[in-house]
Design a protein around this ligand. Structure first.
Ligand SMILES: *Cc1c(COP(=O)(O)O)cnc(C)c1O
Length: 370
C-alpha cells in the first residue's frame, strides 16, 4: 500500500492546517508533571463562571432520554430563540456550535471557482470552512488589526458568494460600529451572503457595538451567527445558531446533519436562555476582569489591542513564544496567535479575579527574568 491519500484529497484540503485549540489542562499537567488543580487555563475564551445551576438541573432531567435521538428540528429551542429575539422560528438554524453554522454556509454556497472574503487576523474557521469545500479564501489586509470594511468591499468580485465578518473579532477583540456595518451592508451586492459572527455579542451589548439583528429586516442576504459557548457558558455541549431570512434557513437546513445538536445541548440552551442572572453575572465578571487585566498590563508597561470580547490580545513587541513557554512552566495556559500572523502577541481569556491575578503575577515573574 503506497497510495498517497493526502495527494488524493481536494486541493483546498491539502493546503489546510488543522485548527490549533487552546492547550487542555490535562495535557499540560501530563507534559510538565504538574498538578492539574494548580493550572490556570485562559486560552479558549471559556466562561470562567462554570455552568449555572439551572443548566445542570435541565441536563440531569434529560439524562433518562439518552437512548433516544434528539429532536432533529430543535423545535423547543427554536421557539425559545424566536420569542427571545422577536423573529419567526423559520428564521432560526441550529448548529453544533456556531462553527457548524459557518461550515453549513460554506457547504451550501461555496465550491471551486467561487470565493469567500474575510479579514486578515479573522477567526481561523473562516479559511478552514472555505478551503475545505475547494473555494478560495480571500484574506483582506486588516487596519490596526481590525476589519478594513472598505478594502473588503473592494475584494468582492463576481465569484464572491460569502463574506465573513466577526464583530467583535477573535483573536483581536476589534469591532466596528453600527454606521460602518450599515454602510457595508448597503454596498454589498445582494447575491453575496454576509455572515456576521457575533460569538461575543452578549459581552458587548450597550456600547457602540451594533446588534446584527437590527439589520436583518433590511438585508435579506444577512446571516447573524451566535453561540452558547461563550457568555452562556456551554462550550462543551456545542450549540450555536444562525438567524437569517427563512429562505436562507431553509437552504442551511438542507445540508445540515439530521441530528446536529444533541439533546443535552438543546435542553441546556433553553435553560441558559432563561437564566438572565447567569448572563448578567458573566458580563459583570468579564467587565471586572477586563479592567483588572488592563490595569495589571499597564503596570507592567505592556500594550494590548482594546477588546470588546472576553479576551485580550497583548503585544510584547518581540517574539512571544518564549514568554508563552515560561508561562506554561508556571502553570498558566494562554493562547499563542503566531498562527494568525501575530507572533508578538498572546491572547489571554478573561478569567475569575483569582485566575487573572495568577496570570498577572506569573507574567511579572517571567518578564523580570526574561
Ligand atoms: C468561539 C467563537 C465561535 C464559537 O464557536 P462555537 O462553535 O459556537 O463554540 C465562533 N466565532 C468566533 C469568532 C469565536 O471566537
Amino acid at each position: 500500500m503506497s497510495c498517497d491519500f493526502l495527494a488524493l484529497a481536494l486541493p483546498g484540503v491539502q493546503k489546510l492546517s488543522p485548527y490549533v485549540p487552546g492547550k487542555p489542562v490535562e495535557e499540560l499537567a501530563r507534559e510538565l508533571n504538574l498538578d492539574p488543580a494548580g493550572i490556570v487555563k485562559l486560552a479558549s475564551n471559556e466562561n470562567p463562571l462554570g455552568p449555572g445551576s439551572k443548566v445542570l438541573a435541565a441536563i440531569q432531567a434529560a439524562l433518562p432520554e439518552l437512548t433516544r435521538y434528539p429532536d432533529g428540528n430543535g423545535f423547543a429551542l427554536k421557539q425559545a430563540l424566536a420569542s427571545r429575539y422577536q423573529v419567526s422560528a423559520a428564521q432560526v438554524t441550529l448548529g453544533n456550535g456556531s462553527n457548524d453554522i459557518l461550515d453549513l454556509v460554506a457547504r451550501a454556497w461555496l465550491a471551486p471557482g467561487l470565493n469567500a472574503v474575510f479579514s486578515q487576523f479573522a477567526f481561523a474557521v473562516y479559511p478552514i470552512a472555505t478551503q475545505a469545500v475547494g473555494a478560495e479564501g480571500r484574506a483582506v489586509p486588516a487596519r490596526e488589526h481590525g476589519h478594513d470594511l472598505d478594502a473588503m468591499l473592494a475584494a468582492i468580485d463576481e465569484n464572491t458568494r460569502v463574506v465573513f465578518l466577526a464583530n467583535p473579532n477573535n483573536p483581536t477583540g476589534t469591532w466596528f460600529d453600527a454606521a460602518a456595518l450599515q454602510r457595508f451592508l448597503a454596498a454589498v451586492p445582494e447575491r453575496v451572503l454576509v455572515v456576521l459572527d457575533e460569538a461575543y455579542i452578549e459581552y458587548a451589548q450597550g456600547g457602540d457595538l451594533p446588534d446584527g439583528l437590527d439589520f436583518l429586516p433590511r438585508f435579506p442576504n444577512l446571516i447573524v451567527s451566535r453561540t452558547f459557548s461563550k457568555a452562556y457558558g456551554l462550550a462543551a455541549l456545542r450549540v450555536g445558531y444562525a438567524l437569517s431570512s427563512p429562505q436562507i434557513a431553509d437552504v442551511l437546513n438542507r445540508v445540515r446533519q439530521p441530528f446536529n445538536v444533541n439533546s443535552l445541548a438543546l435542553t441546556a440552551a433553553i435553560a441558559a436562555l432563561q437564566d438572565d442572572d447567569y448572563l448578567a453575572a458573566s458580563r459583570q465578571l468579564n467587565d471586572a476582569g477586563m479592567l483588572q487585566l488592563e490595569t495589571g498590563l499597564r503596570a507592567l508597561g505592556l500594550r494590548w489591542i482594546p477588546s470588546k470580547g472576553n479576551f485580550i490580545a497583548v503585544d510584547f513587541a518581540r517574539d512571544a513564544a518564549p514568554i508563552n513557554q515560561a508561562l506554561l512552566r508556571a502553570g498558566v495556559i494562554v493562547r499563542p496567535v503566531a498562527g494568525y500572523g501575530m507572533p508578538s502577541f498572546l491572547r489571554v481569556s478573561i478569567g475569575t479575579g483569582a485566575e487573572n491575578s495568577r496570570f498577572l503575577s506569573a507574567l511579572a515573574e517571567v518578564l523580570k527574568h526574561g
